[in-house]
Design a protein around this ligand. Structure first.
Ligand SMILES: Cc1ncc(COP(=O)(O)O)c(C=O)c1O
Length: 381
């Protein structure tokens, strides 16, 4: 099997699984319990928090453990707007956000918030001018993703952060779920107030994630309970999940040099597709994330390509995994201005630190042997 669907999810590292197992077996106490087993669990949770804070270069009290990216995004956006409604009613995001941001904005719109959705250009990137124009004294939050999950476009987060800080009182939230470990981002230099991560995108476990919340950012959570996680996320902590996420983050950091290799794979694939007649490259040809390449064969359906490659053991996907079972087109590709046919025919190849040169070669070999036959069908129809 050649797995090139890493933006949907990555295979957990063995070391991550083993740390989860060890903590679950040997330190299963509830961190809130007063006895020895509880305090051991609490110590482990604290250590995971410190390690993660050190990696992100933030303070440990600024980390809120969650169940993953969707929860982190919901918590961030709702937490800020609920606490700041008296300051203003205007919120800003982009047209290419993951549904866990985009649909929250739709929900907030229904609740009466005024929503600005920033468009993107052909490369899937927002305009800083448009952002500057959209900001006003009533803006309370701006949410911009770092790396797009479908096409790999990278947003100018540091520049956006500087503009937001200069021109408004808004908090700045970044969905950094696809970029972590692959595309660098400095939280404090980018004036980021809230940032979401999800461990299963970097060889950690599903159901584990975090929200960075800069201290002193006004925040109100809906969830009531035992006041864990500084009262921002009640519920017994997933200690084994947090420890295993810290492990995955450390391993990703140690493997940083593999990003150059990913860059090289992406270049090879881009060159290959550029000379393959009938293929449109949807991802930004340069300056895209090193692990994501979206291409299309207008006239075919993405799902047909996915299943044809799958028969030969190659796993890629149509748009994002969360929506790929629905027979719909990609909002992101539409926002970039591509035609309906290009949208329908798109597939995403997404790599990870575990992808090898052999995988890329085998992918190209299979594409060469499978796709031309499928394309014959377009000419006949
Ligand atoms: C950019 C982005 N944000 C949020 C999410 C949701 O993360 P999770 O699957 O951990 O809920 C995803 C998952 O595909 C994503 O790619």
């Amino acid at each position: 099997m050649i797995y090139l669907d890493n933006s949907a999810t990555t295979k957990p590292y063995k070391e991550v699984l083993s740390s989860f197992l060890t903590v679950s077996e040997d330190y299963f106490g509830n961190p809130s319990s007063l006895h020895n087993l509880g305090s051991k669990a609490s110590t482990l949770l604290g250590r995971a928090r410190e390690q993660i804070a050190e990696i992100l270069r933030v303070e440990k009290d600024e980390i809120i453990f969650t169940s993953g990216g969707t929860e982190s995004n919901n918590l961030a956006l709702k937490g800020v707007v609920r606490a700041n409604r008296h300051k203003g009613n205007h919120i800003i995001t982009t047209s290419i956000e993951h549904p866990s941001v985009y649909n929250v904005f739709q929900q907030l719109k229904e609740e009466g918030f005024e929503v600005t959705i920033l468009p993107v250009d052909r490369n899937g990137v927002i305009s800083l001018d448009a952002l500057e124009k959209a900001l006003n004294k009533n803006t309370i939050i701006v949410s911009i993703m770092h790396v797009n999950n479908e096409v790999g476009s990278i947003q100018p987060i540091a520049e956006a952060g500087a503009l937001i800080k200069k021109n408004s009182r808004a908090s700045f939230h970044v969905d950094a779920i696809q970029g972590f470990g692959k595309v660098s981002l400095n939280i404090s230099e980018s004036n980021i107030d809230l940032l979401s991560l999800s461990a299963h995108k970097f060889h950690g476990l599903k159901g584990t994630g975090l929200l960075y919340r800069r201290k002193n950012i006004p925040f109100r959570t809906e969830q009531r309970g035992g006041d864990q996680e500084s009262s921002f996320r009640s519920g017994t902590e997933n200690v084994a999940g947090a420890v295993s996420m810290a492990k995955a983050m450390r391993m990703v950091r140690e493997n940083k040099e593999k990003n150059e290799q990913l860059e090289c794979f992406r270049k090879q694939l881009t060159e290959y597709f550029s000379s393959f007649k009938g293929v449109t490259i949807v991802s930004p040809p340069i300056k895209g994330a090193p692990h994501i390449l979206n291409v299309s064969i207008p006239g075919l359906k993405g799902e047909v390509i996915v299943h044809a490659l799958e028969r030969d053991g190659i796993y890629v996907s149509t748009t994002s995994a969360c929506s790929s079972k629905k027979a719909s087109t990609s909002r992101t590709i539409e926002a970039m201005g591509f035609s309906f046919q290009t949208n329908v025919g798109s597939v995403r190849i997404s790599m990870s630190h575990s992808t090898t040169q052999d995988d890329v070669q085998q992918f190209i070999y299979t594409w060469n042997s499978v796709i031309p036959t499928l394309m014959e069908g377009i000419k006949k129809s």
